[in-house]
Design a protein around this ligand. Structure first.
Ligand SMILES: Cc1cc2nc3c(=O)[nH]c(=O)nc-3n(C[C@H](O)[C@H](O)[C@H](O)COP(=O)(O)O)c2cc1C
Length: 191
């Protein structure tokens, strides 16, 4: 079973989101293929790149090198995304990644009624996040849910979060531990 670990944390070794994600990964078990988005040179769509993408897709040239990330995620059955809350969303790195995987004909298509249908093997998504404050709603998570459920048809999407980490006096290790424990409890309940 393929599992993909997508690291969209901007910070390296000091990232609390990654520390939490490592714990979640350990709990889930299995082998994970890792992509570190900081190490990729992802470019935003512009007029030229969009036209090229559309031309390639219209000719069904799905094996083009520019679609490598889409082909990779298409094969994964489990996906874990590491993304701290940035400006009520997630780091731009993750948006760039999403622009590189949402390709009609590769990861999704539309049926005759115009409804999106997923073309990936993904069964489960784990969105691991932390925030400095407390969020009324996690727009980053809602967006990921919209993409993975709305476009790719994935039904099982989990949010694992530790909030309030930048507030004075926050016991960060305790918060991370609590988030892990809550996730473990949820997975136990489902067994
Ligand atoms: C550029 C930037 C934007 C941020 N925006 C928010 C925000 O909108 N809401 C919030 O609660 N925390 C925000 N934070 C705080 C981070 O979400 C918080 O510190 C998080 O734990 C960082 O994760 P990390 O330790 O994995 O880097 C922001 C931090 C940075 C650096």
């Amino acid at each position: 079973m393929g599992s993909l670990y997508i690291d969209a944390s901007v910070r390296g070794k000091d990232s609390r989101t990654r520390a939490l994600a490592e714990q979640i990964k350990g709990h889930l078990g299995g082998n994970w293929e890792e992509i570190n988005l900081r190490e990729l040179t992802l470019l935003p769509l512009n007029e030229e790149r969009l036209a090229k993408k559309q031309e390639l897709l219209s000719k069904s040239k799905y094996d083009d090198p520019s679609f490598a990330l889409a082909r990779q995620i298409k094969e994964a059955e489990r996906v874990l995304i590491i993304a701290p809350c940035y400006d009520y969303l997630y780091p731009a790195l993750l948006k760039l990644y999403i622009e590189n995987i949402t390709h009609m004909g590769i990861t999704f298509d539309y049926d005759e009624l115009g409804r999106a249908k997923g073309l990936t093997n993904i069964r489960e998504v784990f969105y691991v996040t932390t925030a400095g404050g407390y969020l009324d709603e996690d727009i980053g998570y809602l967006n990921i849910k919209a993409v993975f459920n709305g476009l790719f048809g994935v039904k099982s999407i989990h949010r694992i979060a530790a909030e309030g980490l930048d507030l004075v006096g926050c016991d960060i290790p305790a918060k991370l531990k609590q988030a892990l424990q809550e996730f473990k409890n949820q997975t136990e309940e489902k067994k």
